[in-house]
Design a protein around this ligand. Sequence first.
Ligand SMILES: Cc1cc2nc3c(=O)[nH]c(=O)nc-3n(C[C@H](O)[C@H](O)[C@H](O)COP(=O)(O)O)c2cc1C
Length: 205
Amino acid sequence: MTNLILKAIDERRTTNLFDPSYALDDARIVELVRLATKAPTSFNLQNWRFIAVRTPDRKAELRAVAWDQVKITDSAVTFIVVGQMADHRTLAERLAPLVDAGIMSPPMVGGWEGAAASLYDGQPWRQRDEAVRSAIFGATTLIYAAQALGLGSAPMIGFDPEAVSRHFELGEHEIPVLLLSVGRATDENWPQKPRRPLQQVLDLV
Ligand SMILES: Cc1cc2nc3c(=O)[nH]c(=O)nc-3n(C[C@H](O)[C@H](O)[C@H](O)COP(=O)(O)O)c2cc1C
């Protein structure tokens, strides 16, 4: 496959075993998150936050509330991918750069605010769904950014969300959606796992 994006999608697999001697400098962590934030979000809400856990002490603290998963201390960094409950009142600020750049007009911003309010205002389940959707788009984009930089990654739901929120001081409107470890994969990792037959998952209608 010659197209590098298609090749990355076709070849991705979760890394279970990381080289514990491999570190990532902060500039590369920042670059990974910069790329992750290119992911789409509803109304461009960007209702996410990425906490990069990369010091030995904080890694150990996270591992202790994440099923003791060794990946957290062996990888170079584990991102706590945080989704923020969707809130239409944040939109004016989030869309202001689009207005400044001449992409959107101020009346259009008002229209989007009204649409977002009709979707989310007073609807906590929808606010939460959007937090999870945004965080997963961000995490997925980060996975492929890491792969493009030659790094392996491991998404994880095996953690205590209340404890993670407490230890890493998440706000009341914030949800720790996913942990994502990133680092150098060792040679002993499993090959890619086969997928269900397409006829079981695809309906052409
Ligand atoms: C939402 C989510 C949560 C996961 N949680 C864990 C986890 O806590 N621990 C773990 O070892 N793997 C975890 N995985 C990895 C899956 O087991 C893995 O993605 C799956 O077996 C498919 O393998 P692949 O990613 O190599 O294609 C998780 C994956 C996803 C998408």
